[in-house]
Design a protein around this ligand. Structure first.
Ligand SMILES: C[S@@+](CC[C@H](N)C(=O)[O-])C[C@H]1O[C@@H](n2cnc3c(N)ncnc32)[C@H](O)[C@@H]1O
Length: 268
């Protein structure tokens, strides 16, 4: 039983260092919502077994820092895009080993383009816009002291990460070309230029400046009804600062929903 609970909701070293700042988010991660996620996953196993399998498999293979509730939320947002036939591409900024991106790949229409941005190596340092939480985490990584998911080697210390991620997609049934998935390697500052409508973006890149770059370059292209999912809003103060600053004068145009992560939907 404990092994099952760990697989579903825990077992990630990263989660031990969470810094929840918002009571609603603490509640969203509480036992009631975990039970709800277990029921959701059971229902998904009946209606869409491929997605349920993908979610459980990326957890079991230790390819993601996201919990099952967060992966279910990600899937639901992508499924809504397809059900409403929204125009636009999918984006993930921050892929690490590819676990959350594989769930998005499983949830999207095969011909919808999906761009995945990452350095595919060591995460860049935080900036003076970040606070001690980010800097102490970065110091742990920089000093070679970071454990990986479930005791694996930390992904940032692995060589040929881009090739590993490519293989992870393939092993889960998503050869990049056939699944219309594009890995874009480099710092967002240099690589993340969007010139078409965006239906859904998963922004999972920890630090203030990375999140700020994503927001300023992606959000203006979000279609009406499209969603931004901000992974670290409750976990890193710099991420929260970037999001609060970016949306300060745009609140009337977006709906903000705190699920297992922060979801921001464009209203008009
Ligand atoms: C927490 S990990 C992503 C986790 C992943 N979504 C999962 O399913 O576990 C954050 C990723 O963001 C990337 N990243 C952060 N800032 C970046 C930047 N400015 N440019 C490119 N990649 C960045 C890091 O390299 C890292 O792979």
């Amino acid at each position: 039983m404990q092994a099952l609970l760990n697989l579903l909701f825990g077992g990630c070293e990263f989660e031990a260092s969470l810094f929840p700042r918002d009571l609603s988010l603490v509640l969203m991660r509480g036992p009631r919502f975990q039970l709800r996620a277990a029921l959701q996953l059971g229902a998904l196993a009946l209606t869409d077994p491929n997605i349920a399998t993908a979610i459980l498999r990326v957890r079991r293979k230790r390819l993601t820092y996201l919990t099952v509730p967060a992966l279910l939320d990600l899937h639901e947002a992508a499924a809504r895009v397809e059900a409403n036939n929204l125009p636009g591409i999918l984006i993930e900024a921050g892929c690490a080993l590819g676990g959350s991106a594989i769930v998005l790949a499983a949830s999207k229409r095969a011909d919808r383009p999906f761009y995945v941005y990452d350095v595919f190596g060591m995460i860049p340092p935080p900036s003076p816009n970040d606070e001690r939480d980010a800097w102490s985490r970065y110091e742990e990584i920089r000093m070679g002291r970071s454990a990986g998911i479930g005791g694996d080697p930390y992904y940032g210390y692995q060589t040929e990460l881009r090739e590993r991620v490519t293989r992870n997609f393939e092993r889960h049934g998503f050869p990049l070309e056939r699944a219309n998935i594009h890995l874009v390697q480099g710092l967002y500052e240099d690589t993340l230029y969007v010139a078409e409508p965006v239906a859904l973006a998963h922004i999972d890149c920890d630090w203030h400046d990375s999140v700020w770059t994503c927001l300023t370059r992606i959000a203006p292209h979000l279609v009406v009804g499209g969603t931004l999912i901000i992974d670290d809003y409750a976990d890193y103060s710099g991420c929260k600062k970037a999001v609060d600053r970016y949306f300060a004068d745009k609140r009337d145009r977006f709906a903000f929903e705190m699920r297992s992560r922060l979801h921001v939907v464009r209203l008009h």
